[in-house]
Design a protein around this ligand. Structure first.
Ligand SMILES: CC(C)(COP(=O)(O)OP(=O)(O)OC[C@H]1O[C@@H](n2cnc3c(N)ncnc32)[C@H](O)[C@@H]1OP(=O)(O)O)[C@@H](O)C(=O)NCCC(=O)NCCS
Length: 191
């Protein structure tokens, strides 16, 4: 039986649903984002397939409809995630980022993916910097983690660029084709 990690956030404590970040907007997914999100995921499939467990098979519209419904239903989602899209001023989907309350007491996790056509511009680093700051300011939270496979150098570079400390490298299940089976746990704590 899987034992659930205790959550960090008390009921009613949530990060904002919309964050303005210069030329970027990081906001909770809305129902109308279904088709743009599906298009972004479809265009980025090969890039995501290598690293994301949920991209084992081509993304389907039906799965995305279900994801969108789950996102619309509650904040956080039933699994304790605050999932945001990252948009430019024209509302194009540049990527996604989430704060996940699934690690344990006082700790939140951040995860992300970038549209393949928008990598290398700091979109994810800038969004993750702001969500790290917001997460560490939430009551009851003093630690944020980024988990990635040791072979995922682009993901590790985001954590490193933001001043996360590499706390450990340890075996973890290999869930996507490019993964090595060695995980990295990057950690940032409140000052
Ligand atoms: C991991 C992933 C999100 C990283 O994307 P990325 O494009 O490298 O990250 P960013 O958007 O932060 O861009 C960083 C680059 O922009 C540059 N940059 C430009 N302007 C910047 C700014 N204002 N701030 C920060 N970086 C900036 C950085 O120097 C860096 O340059 P480099 O490519 O020469 O190293 C992407 O590779 C991806 O989607 N991978 C597949 C999914 C995945 O692995 N997710 C993580 C699972 S753990």
């Amino acid at each position: 039986m899987e034992i659930e990690a205790p959550s960090a956030l008390s009921p009613g404590i949530t990060p904002p649903q919309r964050i303005a970040l210069g030329d970027l907007v990081v906001r909770r997914w809305e129902p109308l984002d279904l088709l743009p999100r599906f298009a972004a995921l479809t265009a980025s499939f090969e890039h995501l397939h290598s690293w994301m467990e949920w991209a084992a098979e081509p993304i389907t519209l039906e799965q995305q409809r279900e994801f969108g419904a789950a996102m619309a239903a509650s904040w956080p989602s039933a699994s304790g995630s605050f999932n945001y899209g990252i948009f430019d001023r024209a509302e194009a989907v540049l990527g996604a980022i989430g704060i996940h309350d699934r690690v344990g007491p006082r700790t939140l996790e951040i995860g992300y993916w970038c549209h393949v056509d928008h990598t290398g511009r700091g979109v994810i680093t800038r969004s993750a910097a702001e969500l790290t700051r917001i997460a560490l300011a939430l009551p009851g939270v003093d630690r944020v983690e980024i988990h990635c496979d040791a072979a995922n150098t682009r993901s590790a570079a985001v954590a490193q660029r933001l001043g996360y400390r590499l706390e450990r490298i340890a075996p973890r299940p290999k869930l996507a084709p490019a993964e090595s089976g060695q995980g990295m746990w990057w950690v940032k704590t409140a000052e």
